[in-house]
Design a protein around this ligand. Structure first.
Ligand SMILES: Cc1ncc(COP(=O)(O)O)c(C=O)c1O
Length: 387
């Protein structure tokens, strides 16, 4: 969360005083946000959800993924990315990230097997994936591309908004994200049928409120409908987003520029002019220097957040894919030809890179002198650790 204040309080108060807290009514906040956000991202359709996990799951279901399918996820992401694959009955296949901290195109290409139907590039820490390479691979190998833009709300890749480049994109509005309603999320797609199926996942009872449609048979699904409180908050947050992202990007560029003459190696950015700018990232030569650097500057080692590396995904490594063994994708007969093991020693390259990559978080409300102090700390640490 970056900015929240009186405007959000006023918007929520208005909803509460109106008594219209349920989304299905004329001129509602959710409907307004969905239209605005689709336009902002450059997608045809948007559905709000109660979380990013629900958005990802609904999108995968909307795209028809299910038992018998493998879906590639990166070795570093929040576990929810991989969990969403299991939630639709498919199997997550874990591929290496590269120094950019995003899905490595070469590793992705190499790991594709006969059962692989989709990939989920995750724009981790607001850093865009190499979408040109990944979409080229997907086209060549006939895979769907689902962008996990949960951590990259408001970011873009070479002029195209993240989440709008593949077959669909998912966003989180939880407390830690660029825009927030405390919890929340959204999915976008250009495909009306995918949007309709995903919408059914989000609220399979919606036809009671919006009317039955002759050409669509609703199916049973768990709900993740957004409330008008979320809608009201998100409409204000969307007004704030562009200037916050601009401030973050400018800050990152300034820090990189003013540390360019140090021995530090900036992690490769796939789209420096368009990314979120939330983190300044450097690739250190080894874990010791990364540890020494973080001790001096602050920040965090990418592989040591405690919740973003595949080795920390307990239910997945433990094959606990559902609440009931008969629904567990790892047990389903349709998945017997999918690769279901996560052997010891896998994705060593990711673990090596993650163990020596350091991230320093930006904030859009830092003053120029506060940014200067960060730059000074980075320069001193670089001198001590690498000089
Ligand atoms: C990359 C990524 N994917 C998915 C999610 C899931 O979002 P939520 O927590 O809103 O369910 C998160 C949340 O932190 C995330 O960082």
């Amino acid at each position: 969360m970056y900015r929240v204040g009186q405007e959000e309080i006023d918007a929520v108060a208005k909803v509460i005083l109106s008594g219209e807290l349920f989304r299905y009514h004329e001129g509602g906040e959710c409907e307004r946000f969905e239209k605005r956000y689709a336009g902002f991202v450059g997608a045809e359709h948007c559905r709000m959800t109660s979380s990013g996990t629900a958005a990802l799951t609904a999108l995968l279901a909307g795209l028809g993924l299910g038992p018998g399918d493998e879906v590639i996820v990166p070795a570093q992401t929040y576990m929810a990315t991989a969990i969403s694959v299991l939630s639709v009955g498919a199997i997550p296949i874990i591929a290496d990230v590269d120094e950019s901290l995003t899905l490595c195109p070469r590793a992705t290409d190499e790991i594709i097997g006969p059962r692989t139907r989709a990939m989920i590039p995750v724009h981790m820490w607001g850093l865009p994936c190499d979408m040109d390479s990944l979409t080229a691979i997907a086209r060549k190998r006939d895979l769907l591309v689902i962008e996990d833009a949960c951590q990259a709300v408001g970011g873009a890749y070479e002029g195209r908004m993240l989440g709008s480049i593949g077959d669909g994109g998912a966003f989180s509005f939880n407390y830690y994200k660029n825009m927030t309603a405390g919890e929340g999320g959204a999915l976008v797609t250009d495909d009306a049928e995918v949007a309709q199926r995903a919408g059914c996942m989000v609220d399979c009872c919606s036809f009671y409120w919006t009317g039955r449609q002759d050409d669509f048979r609703p199916f049973a699904a768990t709900g993740s409908r957004a409330s008008e409180i979320e809608g009201a908050l998100m409409n204000v947050q969307l007004d704030r987003l562009p200037s916050m992202i601009q401030a973050l990007r400018d800050q990152k560029k300034r820090i990189l520029k003013e540390t360019a003459d140090t021995p530090l190696t900036p992690a490769p950015s796939r789209s420096l002019d368009w990314e979120c700018g939330a983190q300044v990232v450097y690739t250190l030569p080894d874990e010791d220097s990364a540890t020494g650097f973080v001790e001096k500057v602050g920040g965090v080692i990418a592989g040591k957040t405690g919740r973003h590396v595949f080795t920390e995904w307990d239910p997945i490594l433990d094959h606990q894919g559902a609440h009931h063994p008969d629904l567990n994708p790892y047990n389903l007969p349709q998945n017997q030809e999918c690769r279901r093991e996560y052997p010891e020693g896998m994705c060593e390259r990711s673990l090596d890179i993650l163990g020596r990559t350091v991230m320093i978080a930006n904030h859009p409300d830092r003053s120029e002198s506060e940014v200067s102090a960060v730059i000074e700390r980075i320069r001193e640490a670089a001198e001590t650790v690498l000089g």
